[in-house]
Design a binder for this molecule. Sequence first.
Ligand code: HEM
Length: 151
Amino acid sequence: MTLTFYEEVGGADTFRTIVDVFYREVSQDPVLKPMYPEEDLGPAADRLRMFLEQYWGGPTAYGEQRGHPRLRMRHMPFRVDPDARDRWLRCMRTALDEAKLSPLHDATLWDYLERAAYAMVNTMEPAGIGPQAAGRPTLETRAAQRPTETP
Ligand code: HEM
């Protein structure tokens, strides 16, 4: 029988460890923490955990509850610049270190997370630079005007 990556790394326990450590780090990050709309990071942690489990061959609860991930579109309301990306990845690096995966599993998961994080960047403009909403679309209005992503 062929194991899925999800099973190989230890299933639900491992993904819970990764996401718990990740959000513990996010809660202490002065740039990332204020980006989360809810004060309680628990529901956001559940969404990320379900997504990662599904992506790596585990339970499909994410799709049942949230539908198609459309991750770039779902991140458009947030200011994901290179600084936020690097902070996100630093929190994830700590999480993977604490999960103590085998070197091959660690490298496989990290490679994916790094590429996904680079793909999620939606602005290169440093925060606070340039004219404010005066005539120029803000991230929010820009996201609202963008056509819906097709699957
Ligand atoms: C690059 C830096 C990133 C930042 C700053 C960021 C930030 C955020 C924020 C603020 C949310 C909303 C929280 C919520 O769910 O209520 C969110 C949601 C989410 N993020 Fe990210 N994110 C980043 C990268 C990623 C990457 C690389 C992945 C996947 C590999 C990811 C997966 C998700 C998922 C699955 C959700 C929930 C989507 C849903 O609503 O169903 N994020 N993220």
